[in-house]
Design a protein around this ligand. Sequence first.
Ligand SMILES: [Zn+2]
Length: 187
Amino acid sequence: MSVYLSQDTIKYLENKVLTCKREICGEIVIDTNGIAHLSNEAIGQNINGRELCDHQYRTPIIFHTHPLNTYSYPSIEDINKVSKRLNYSCSIIASQWGIWQVYRLPGITKTIDIMEPKNHEKIIPYIRDLHYKTKLASNVSKPYDETTIRYIHRNIDYINDNILGVYGTIIEITPWNKISKGLKIHI
Ligand SMILES: [Zn+2]
């Protein structure tokens, strides 16, 4: 069954990214029509100056936002949450550039802890590069800059093909302007 986030939910998340300085997080539940709904939503608390969610998730599909004052891509901890264990099948992260999904490929039970130094040093240059590219581009007045989206794709393609994909974890981004009739999510 294909599962979709509705256009109303997408608009809600986009609005939270653009207007709320605190991170929003929660669980995703799927109804009998294959529509994914946000559930058990919480708002981030100020931890060491960052407005972070500290949520005890009960579902395999989870979501959170990255407000404009934070990273516009999944953090290394966000990726590790999915790649390290089999508890989460998909993590949805709404950011300035669109909706990210970090998800597990069905049938692959290998895992990777990317906080381990030998794995960390392989992935971190690409994450750091995402940081510089998106940071530079956030000064651009265009809201969805195609050149930046291309850079983002180049980096995540490399990470997927050479580091995470082997362990059944994939990172994907759908830019906001490419979402018009809901978004298919990986479950
Ligand atoms: Zn995050």
